[in-house]
Design a binder for this molecule. Sequence first.
Ligand code: PRT
Length: 224
Amino acid sequence: MTTETRLRIAMQKSGRLSDETQQLLKRCGLKLNVGDRRLLAHVTNMPIDIMRVRSSDIPGLVMDGVCDLGIVGDNTLEETALERELLGQNSAYTKTTGLNFGGCRLSLAMPEEFNYTGLASLDGLRFATTYPQLMKRFAKENGINVDFCLLKGSVEVAPRVGLADGICDLVSTGATLEANGLKEVEVIYRSKASLIQGVELAPEKQAILDTLLPRIQGVMKAKE
Ligand code: PRT
């Protein structure tokens, strides 16, 4: 079988989604060895290749047709789609199925001592975030005027060093916010991992997905 007729799936190489994604694929019966350093791993018992990349690259790889499918957080997906739309790049995708892992929320958080009295009390303030598009959309929909500065990591430190008044970042347990003297004031987006696809698949690839998808859904159902 040629590489053209193999389904290519992008997954996070290492990070919060990589272990669960790998487990999901294994439970679906896919035999692959991603324990090595190969960034393109062949599944030996199905015509599927797994491309291991940074999470933030997955939506673009799917939207550009480099990968047929991707497993990524909705937060990354939505942020990338909004950004690409703004840049006039292809931002089309289909959510093939939601997955029940990677749950988190994108929230606005302020220093503990801040007197939060509702969204209007955030008007004119500056937020550090990795998600400027989601934040801008929320601000627009809620009629508040906020400024932002882009930080790709360690966002929680921004208020303490005078870079921003507050932050807009992902939260799961809330422990990181607490450890940095911050309190969550608004949830602006709720996220989970999803399986996504870009353009319509060629019939041979669609046939592979038709075999894989019920297995994924079965694994997710068993986990509930
Ligand atoms: O792969 P790449 O480096 O591009 O992506 P990444 O930096 O976003 O990777 P990673 O592994 O941090 O996150 C991958 C995805 O996991 C995210 O895009 C979310 O969809 C999902 N996820 C779920 C989370 C969290 N929970 C989470 N808590 N991603 C990040 N966090 C961080 C958050 O940014 C904060 O620093 O964890 C901290 C807060 O955690 P708590 O438990 O203290 O609240």
